[in-house]
Design a protein. Structure first.
Lengths: 79, 170
């Protein structure tokens, strides 16, 4: 366990937390809104709360944000 | 995937193999789900979600090969060091953690205790834990969420409220 994690973080359980399955359903919209300069923390508070508390979904979110930013406009290569 | 691979010391052919498995399974998921794409985002962003999920799943599988962490190791000595700087605060911290320990032992179900100790205290990845116990990530998270909620309630009943300050919140 990292020394810089406090007890508050260990016990984080926000009642608006959407959960993994519901969060996955809208994660792409959340990421697109963020990349578009919007504020998904305000518009999707349930997923925002979940990403603060769920290390697995937070890792997926980071990966998706990076992939969408770098390869979001990729097109199929037609031979 | 390369970013996550570093923490698991994955490299070379093994990393390539894992990447190929994740790609194959993600493509299968995308084919199955593509009729549900409603244009709420770019198609690529919608599709990359499945890639991220499959990468997490494969990483979770690999985790146990690299680190045989005990799911039931309570690791109390690793509870957060929040910067104790006086004998009085040290005593308050001990009381707080003793209350937390009691709550973990007495107020959680067996699964909640196991999830909290493994994922929250020992930092076992949720997908690795889910694989070990044969549950979905969502189910594991729900148990973790319920455990955290119960522990907060137990600490509250014992007179501790957030933020759990060492200056004495009782």
């Amino acid at each position: 366990m990292n020394g810089d994690r406090g007890l508050d973080e260990l016990l984080a359980a926000d009642p608006v937390d959407a959960g993994c399955a519901a969060g996955f359903e809208v994660l792409h919209q959340y990421v697109e809104e963020e990349l578009g300069g919007g504020d998904p923390v305000r518009t999707q508070p349930g997923l925002a709360a979940h990403l603060r508390s769920c290390p697995a979904c937070r890792e997926d979110y980071r990966g998706l944000l990076e992939a969408a930013e770098q390869f979001g406009d990729a097109r199929p290569v037609v031979p | 995937m390369a970013r996550r691979a570093a923490s698991l010391r994955l490299r070379g052919p093994e990393l390539e193999d894992l990447a190929q498995q994740a790609t194959d399974d993600a493509l299968m998921a995308i084919r199955t789900k593509v009729a549900g794409f409603r244009g709420e985002s770019r198609f690529t962003t919608w599709a990359y979600r499945f890639v991220m999920f499959e990468v997490s799943t494969k990483m979770g599988r690999h985790f146990w090969r690299e680190r045989r962490a005990s799911l039931d190791d309570e690791a109390w000595e690793r509870l957060p060091d929040t910067g104790v700087d006086s004998p009085q605060r040290s005593g308050e911290q001990r009381e707080l953690f003793a209350a937390l320990r009691r709550a973990i032992d007495e107020d959680l179900t067996a699964l909640q205790r196991r999830v909290f100790v493994a994922v929250a205290l020992n930092e076992v990845p949720m997908d690795a834990f889910a694989r070990e116990v044969g549950a979905s990530r969502n189910t594991v998270y729900k148990s973790l969420f319920d455990a955290r909620r119960k522990l907060k309630a137990s600490l509250g009943a014992a007179g501790y409220e957030r933020p759990y300050s060492l200056s004495g919140s009782r």
